[in-house]
Design a protein. Structure first.
Length: 564
């Protein structure tokens, strides 16, 4: 009997332990769930929510010390010291900008100087701050700033007729990003040797001009000329990559100064499918290209009349001062004659995307505004060949050529590849211009997926091959009733100036009474000259579909001629 009683008590006690364990686990699970819910709620809390939970005396300062309040503190301190900053900054800006104003002075003016320059009593406001780069060499910081101030800026203008015009610059509105570089870092207070400042990005610069005691519009074109001069001066004197170096500790900081680091050669090949800006006829496009938007550094192509698929094949060369941040800008305009040209579209490419010493072939989509890259409207495309050559480096080897050499960078690369033909034994350089001459072999292999050209859904295609400069032509045989013709025909062309010539392949449908155009491919000779030989497929322009398969081979025969 006692055994049975013990067994029952043991079972009850065991069940009680199991029930207690289960309830304990459930309670712990609920606590974990509640804790997770609480933590998630805290994660969703805003600063205002936390203010409601905590009394002011218990509210920790690190919670409210947000980036926005850091900037509020910074702006408050700037307002306090602004009278002193205004005096120093006004003198600094005047000293730096005034020589540049004279450099870009309009030709109708005899002189252009500041008779008064002060930034006024309203301090700028910082709206954002970020650390761009930190390292052992220095620290780079960017400050976003806006300013709607009350400056007192008066330009003293004198014409060649002896007439003096005091012009006031009013209603200035500015938004931009300033870059500060603290470099080099040292062990002595204030822990950096110098500080560089620059206008990294100019988002907005608005102002009005007013002749004191008169009307600036009485002199036609004066207002536009002065406004353009001011914008050029700002661009050239303070906009990145230009930077002003302020020494803090004694030392040599020449390495921080702006200096050319290389050259960018651009071949403007062509554009296609441009938006037509003319009501009657077609647009008359030309291109404007620049790395820095200064008048003396901006290049302009020739105008091609009545054409939405212009072919330029023009060379331009630009000075590069910071390959990591600078970019090439291309703007296509419609020439309106005496009226202002109308923008068709624009595009840009970062120089950091280029591999030094290697030609990059790109098609860039045109957009309405460079600051708004998403553009659903088709404005056309522009075709470029780009080559970036750092100073002292050509294809990975030391560049022996002087700055006054008449060749373009691409010609230098090609000439260097041929050997040191342009350098005498004593190291002196012959001022000779390289002419890349040779024989181009073009094999028209086949075409694929051509658009039907007759009522039977077929075509009788042939290819007309033309070397542009010499207008040498060859024609393939006609392949009857085929949208995927095979030719395998080779044509040789003697090329007198390979860097400035083009190969044009036009596809036609043979007809009893003539021929019907089916599309074309336009190729520069840069790639075949650099590579020697290649096979590739090229989409047909001016066609709904279709590709052309080609094999190109180059046999060089370089000839040099004296530029003198």
């Amino acid at each position: 009997m006692s055994f049975v009683a013990g067994l029952v008590i043991g079972v009850i006690f065991g069940l009680a332990l199991i029930v207690a364990f289960v309830r304990s686990e459930n309670a712990r699970s609920k606590k974990r769930s509640d804790l997770a819910t609480t933590i998630a709620a805290f994660a969703r809390m805003t600063v205002e929510d936390s203010r409601k939970l905590l009394l002011p005396e218990h509210y920790p300062s690190w919670v409210v010390f947000s980036e926005r309040q850091k900037l509020t503190w910074l702006n408050l301190q700037l307002e306090r010291i602004w009278p002193y900053v205004n005096e120093a900054a006004s003198e600094l800006i005047k000293a730096n900008v005034e020589p540049t104003l004279e450099q870009y002075r309009p030709t109708l003016l005899a002189s252009l100087t500041f008779s008064k320059f002060t930034l006024g009593t309203v301090a700028p406001q910082f709206t954002g701050i970020s650390i761009v780069e930190t390292g052992s060499e220095g620290i780079t910081m960017e400050l976003e700033m806006k300013w709607d101030g009350n400056p007192s800026i008066v330009l003293d203008i004198k014409t060649y007729l002896g007439v003096g015009l005091p012009v006031q610059v009013k209603n200035i509105g500015f938004t931009g990003v300033f870059r500060l570089i603290f470099r080099p870092l040292v062990d002595v207070f204030p822990c950096f040797g110098a500080v560089c400042f620059s206008l990294r990005h100019k988002k907005k610069l608005d102002f009005t001009l007013k002749v004191i005691g008169g009307d600036i519009s009485t002199i036609p074109g004066l207002s536009d000329a002065i406004e353009s001069t001011i914008r050029d001066a700002v661009e050239d004197s303070i906009t990145w990559p230009v930077r002003k170096v302020i020494p803090i500790l004694p030392g040599d900081y020449s390495d921080l100064e702006l200096k050319p680091v290389g050259t960018l050669e651009v071949k403007l090949v062509q554009a296609k499918e441009l938006t037509n800006k003319d009501i009657i006829g077609k647009s008359d496009p030309f291109a404007v290209l620049y790395v820095r938007p200064l008048r003396d550094r901006t290049k302009k192509s020739r105008t091609i009349n009545n054409q939405l698929n212009p072919v330029w094949n023009e060379h331009f060369e630009f000075v590069v001062e910071d390959a990591s941040t600078q970019h090439l800008v291309v703007k296509i305009y419609d020439d309106e004659g005496v009226q202002s040209s109308e923008l068709i579209g624009c595009a840009q490419i970062q120089l950091s995307e280029l591999q030094p010493g290697k030609v990059k072939d790109v098609w860039l989509k045109l957009v309405k505004d460079l600051d708004i890259q998403r553009d659903n409207k088709n404005r056309g495309q522009v075709h470029l060949e780009l080559l970036y050559c750092p100073n002292g480096v050509q294809n990975g080897m030391t560049n022996p050529f002087a700055q006054n050499h008449t060749s373009t960078s691409l010609e230098k690369v090609l000439k260097r590849a041929e050997g040191n033909n342009g350098v005498e034994n004593d190291g002196e350089i012959n001022k000779r211009e390289v002419i890349v001459r040779g024989v181009l072999s073009v094999t028209v292999i086949s075409a694929e997926d051509l658009t039907a050209a007759d009522l039977m859904g077929k075509a009788d295609p042939f290819v007309l091959v033309t070397l542009k400069k010499t207008e040498s032509r060859n024609k393939t045989r006609v392949v009857n009733e085929s949208l995927n013709p095979i030719w395998n025909q080779t044509f040789d062309f003697v090329v007198e100036d390979g860097l400035h010539d083009m190969l044009i392949l036009e596809l036609y449908d043979h007809d009893t009474f003539g021929k019907d155009y089916m599309g074309r491919c336009i190729l520069t000779l840069t790639r075949v000259i650099m590579e020697g030989e290649y096979k590739d497929s090229f989409p047909l322009d001016d066609a709904k579909s279709g590709t052309l398969n080609l094999h190109l081979k180059w046999s060089p025969q370089p000839i040099y001629r004296d530029s003198s």
